[in-house]
Design a protein around this ligand. Structure first.
Ligand code: SIN
Ligand code: FE
Length: 303
């Protein structure tokens, strides 16, 4: 596992941009000691103050850039002006990260889908969550309600705490962990069954149209969800796997393919995050992608 520290983000050459994509795809974390994303002091103070001033804005809050909507806010009790302000800050954050990455990761331009952003105001240490939702256990990311069909989950983070670090541990990337545990402990994905294909053509035939296959989880998505659960539930993996500690300082940013790098957050408070779903065809080093690894292990097409 490696961390690539980036201090100069301006005017990189096309080759430099390709290398940054390649490092990410190989499972590195790209780390920016000073975040390239500027946030106004007044906005930072507003975000850090939510816990005290409006208890309905203290949970993790998701922002959907495409519809400019916040979820996780209790609109019955929240102060409407605070909700409007939070929405505006999140829109601005989402747009700034996208503008930055459009240049910084130019080989991916036009080949990603802008997914949700989030505001994480709670102290991560000692959170009381059901096991599968705990983020202090090592895991790779998969979305229960949003299958990616092989698209990669790329996440960009900002530690916006005024002084404290956000502490992560990570483990070795997908290929080594998947090869170790599949198929003995986690059943490998099965190629799409005839029933699945019949459902798709039936759904298209009766006018559910293109939406139906997108909602359906592919064998790839099914495996990635089971893999996420398996890692969190497996005590031997949690205690014996290789672990690398990273402390991301106040004011820093980092990005990583969280679908391939097992990660956990141990402590820290106040973070912003933006997720992208990067098309499988955009990979500059597709040999590392979980889809490639799984297709090699099974000898079958999984999306
Ligand atoms: C996660 O994706 O597991 C959360 C990481 C964080 O909030 O720092
Ligand atoms: Fe995660």
């Amino acid at each position: 596992m490696s961390l690539v520290t980036i201090t100069a983000t301006e005017n990189g050459s096309a080759e430099q941009h390709r290398q940054w994509c390649e490092s990410l795809e190989a499972g590195s974390i790209l780390f920016f000691p000073k975040s390239p994303i500027a946030l106004a002091d007044s906005d930072l103070q507003f975000l850090r103050g939510q816990q005290q001033t409006d208890s309905s804005l203290h949970k993790n809050i998701a922002y959907k850039p495409k519809s400019n909507e916040l979820t996780g806010v209790d609109t019955k009790t929240a102060n409407p002006a605070a909700v409007d302000r939070l929405r505006a800050i999140m829109r601005n954050y989402s747009q700034s990260v996208t503008a930055f990455l459009t240049g910084f990761l130019s080989p991916y331009a036009g080949q990603w889908q802008l997914d949700y952003a989030s505001f994480r105001p709670q102290e991560e240490e000692g959170r009381d969550l059901p096991l599968r939702r705990r983020n202090d256990l090592l895991h790779t990311d998969a979305f229960p309600t949003r299958p990616t069909h092989g698209a990669r989950i790329l996440r960009f983070f900002n530690n916006i705490h005024p002084t404290r670090t956000r502490d992560w541990i990570v483990s070795d990337p997908f290929r080594s962990v998947a090869a170790k545990y599949a198929p003995a402990e986690i059943a490998l994905p099965q190629p799409d069954s005839g029933i699945g294909r019949a459902f798709k053509s039936l759904a298209t035939g009766i006018g559910l149209g293109a939406a139906a296959p997108a909602l359906k989880r592919s064998p790839y998505d099914d495996f990635m969800m089971r893999f996420h659960n398996f890692l969190k539930e497996n005590r031997a993996f949690q205690s014996s796997c290789s672990k690398y500690d990273y402390q991301f300082p106040a004011g820093s940013s980092w990005m990583v393919y969280t679908d391939m790098v097992p990660h956990a957050v141990l402590c820290g408070q106040y973070a912003l995050e933006q997720t992208y779903l990067v098309a499988p065809q955009a990979m500059v080093a597709p040999q590392h992608a979980p889809l490639t690894v799984l297709q090699e292990l099974t000898g079958a097409r999984l999306i």
